[in-house]
Design a protein around this ligand. Structure first.
Ligand SMILES: Cc1cc2nc3c(=O)[nH]c(=O)nc-3n(C[C@H](O)[C@H](O)[C@H](O)COP(=O)(O)OP(=O)(O)OC[C@H]3O[C@@H](n4cnc5c(N)ncnc54)[C@H](O)[C@@H]3O)c2cc1C
Length: 429
C-alpha cells in the first residue's frame, strides 16, 4: 500500500520555520513605507536568512545550487509563500525568474549558464518571459507573429509583446519568437535570450492593471517593442523550433507552483473570514452563528481541501512520471484552483462588508490579483477543453442506437446471459 499523505518530519520542520518566518518577517513588507533602496536592503537581509536555512531557489537541482526537492515538496513550500506576494522573492523562486532559471538550467549551454543563470540564481540579475502579444491570441501561441531571422551570426528580432512580467526591470528577457515560419504550428517558434540593453529593444511602459498599487518598484507587466533588435546567434535556447517543447517543460511545474501559492492566499483570506465571523455581531448573534456564514466556511474548507489534494496529486504525478504524464492533472487544477481562490476571497470580502471593500484590509487587493488567475498561464476555457479532450480520448462511441446503460437493452442481455440458470431454477421449483 503506497498511499501516504504524511510529510517527512525533517521537511515538516523546515515548513514550520517557513510559516513563522513568512508571517513575522515577510508580511510586514506589504505595509512597509520605504524607498526602493531601503526596501531592497530589507529584502536582501531576509534573503540571506533564507539562504542560511538552505531554502533558497529550491526549484533547481543540487548541482545548480538548489535542493532538488521535486514538485510535492516545492508545492508545500509555495503554499506558504503564496500568502504574500513578497515571499517568493525572498525565497528566490518568484515567477518569472524561477521558470526562466529552470529553462536555462535544462536547455542552456554552459556559456549561457555562466552569463545568465548563475547571476540570476544569486539574485544579481532579474529576468522576464516575453511571449504574449497584443495582436495575437495568447491562448493560442501557434498564432505568434514576432519573428527572429538569422543574419550571419546574429538574430534580427522584430515584434510587439506585452504583459511581459517584470519586463521593465529585467536585465534580460527570454523571448518566444517565430524562427521557422514554414514549419508545422508547434515547430515554428524558438526561445532566444535578449539582453535588456540590446539596441532596438523599446520597453514602452508598465501596463496599468487591476493589480494597481501592489506593483511597486517597477514590478509589473511591460509592453515591449522589438525593432531590428540584434543578438548573437548563440543566444538561442535549445534548438531551433523547440520553443513549444521548452514552454511545456517550463509551464507544467510552474502551474503547480501557482496553484499552491493560490491556496496559501486563499487560506489567508479564509482565516480572515473565520476571525471576522467570530468578531462581528448582527441580528442578535455573531455572524459565525448565521447558517449562511457557516455554509461559506464549510464550502471554502471543502473546496480548498479538494484543490490542495488535486494539486499535490498533480505534483506527485510529475515527480513520479514526468510533466508530460501530468497534462490532464495540471489543466484540472489550473482552472479549478483559480475558481477556489476567487470564491474564498469573495466570501471573505463579503463577510467584512465595507471594511472588506476598503484599502484598510488586504482583501480587495487579493480579489484583484485573483481575477488574473483565470487566464494567465492559459485561460480557464482552454484548460477545460484540454481536460475534456483527454478524458474523451479514453471513451468509445457506444455501439447501436441506445446508450450503453439503456435498461431495456441491458435487461434483454441479462435475460439471455442467465437464461440457462433461470430455466434450471424454474425446473427446481
Ligand atoms: C498578471 C499577468 C501576468 C502575465 N505575465 C506574462 C508573462 O510574464 N509573459 C507573457 O508572455 N505573458 C504574460 N501574461 C499574459 C497571459 O499569459 C495571457 O493573458 C494569456 O495567455 C491569455 O492570452 P490573451 O490575453 O491574449 O487572451 P486571448 O488569447 O485573446 O483570450 C481571451 C479570452 O478568449 C477566450 N478563449 C480563448 N481560447 C478559448 C477556447 N479555446 N474556448 C473558449 N474560449 C476561449 C477566453 O475567455 C480567454 O480569456 C500575463 C497575464 C497576466 C494577467
Amino acid at each position: 500500500m503506497t498511499w501516504d499523505f504524511s510529510t517527512e518530519p525533517e521537511f515538516e520542520k523546515k515548513l514550520e520555520w517557513m510559516r513563522t518566518f513568512v508571517k513575522e518577517e515577510v508580511y510586514p513588507l506589504e505595509v512597509l513605507d520605504a524607498d526602493e533602496a531601503g526596501f531592497r536592503r530589507v529584502i536582501r537581509s531576509l534573503q540571506d536568512e533564507v539562504k542560511s536555512q538552505k531554502l533558497w531557489a529550491t526549484h533547481l537541482p543540487p548541482e545548480l545550487g538548489g535542493q532538488g526537492y521535486g514538485q510535492v515538496k516545492l508545492g508545500l513550500m509555495h503554499e506558504i509563500e503564496g500568502a504574500t506576494m513578497w515571499a517568493p522573492i525572498v525565497f528566490g523562486n518568484q515567477a518569472p525568474d524561477s521558470g526562466n532559471s529552470e529553462v536555462l538550467a535544462h536547455f542552456g549551454t554552459q556559456a549561457q549558464k555562466d552569463r545568465w543563470l548563475y547571476p540570476l540564481l544569486d539574485g544579481r540579475l532579474r529576468s522576464a518571459f516575453s511571449m504574449t502579444e497584443p495582436f495575437t491570441a495568447g491562448s493560442d501561441p501557434t498564432l505568434l507573429s514576432s519573428t527572429a531571422r538569422l543574419e550571419g551570426d546574429e538574430w534580427v528580432i522584430n515584434g510587439h509583446k506585452w504583459f511581459t512580467s517584470n519586463g521593465m526591470i529585467a536585465d534580460f528577457l527570454i523571448a518566444m519568437l517565430v524562427t521557422e515560419p514554414d514549419a508545422g504550428p508547434y515547430e515554428r517558434a524558438s526561445m532566444i535570450i535578449v539582453p535588456s540593453d540590446a539596441p532596438g529593444l523599446k520597453r514602452l511602459r508598465n501596463i496599468p492593471t487591476m493589480a494597481g498599487e501592489s506593483e511597486r518598484f517597477g514590478y509589473g507587466h511591460a509592453e515591449i517593442l522589438y525593432e531590428n533588435v540584434r543578438v548573437p546567434a548563440a543566444n538561442l535556447l535549445g534548438k531551433r523550433g523547440q520553443g513549444f517543447l521548452i514552454a511545456q517543460a517550463r509551464l507544467g511545474p510552474g502551474r503547480i507552483h501557482h496553484c499552491m501559492r493560490w491556496l496559501g492566499l486563499a487560506r489567508r483570506a479564509f482565516d480572515m473570514l473565520c476571525e471576522r465571523a467570530l468578531q462581528r455581531e448582527a441580528f442578535g448573534k455573531k455572524l459565525a452563528s448565521h447558517e449562511t456564514v457557516q455554509n461559506w466556511i464549510a464550502d471554502s474548507a471543502a473546496e480548498m481541501s479538494a484543490a490542495r489534494l488535486m494539486t499535490l496529486h498533480a505534483a506527485w504525478v510529475i515527480d513520479t512520471q514526468g510533466a508530460a504524464a501530468a497534462r490532464k492533472e495540471i489543466s484540472l487544477i489550473k482552472f479549478f484552483g483559480a475558481k477556489v481562490l476567487h470564491d474564498v476571497i469573495d466570501r471573505a470580502l463579503q463577510i467584512h462588508g465595507s471594511l472588506g471593500y476598503s484599502g484598510d484590509l488586504p482583501l480587495e487587493d487579493m480579489y484583484r490579483l485573483a481575477r488574473g488567475a483565470r487566464f494567465y498561464d492559459g485561460p480557464d476555457e482552454v484548460h477545460r477543453v484540454s481536460v475534456a479532450r483527454q478524458i474523451l480520448s479514453g471513451y468509445k462511441e457506444p455501439q447501436g442506437k441506445w446508450p450503453g446503460e439503456h435498461i431495456p437493452t441491458r435487461r434483454e442481455a441479462a435475460q439471455r446471459k442467465f437464461a440457462a440458470l433461470l430455466e434450471a431454477a424454474t425446473t427446481d421449483v
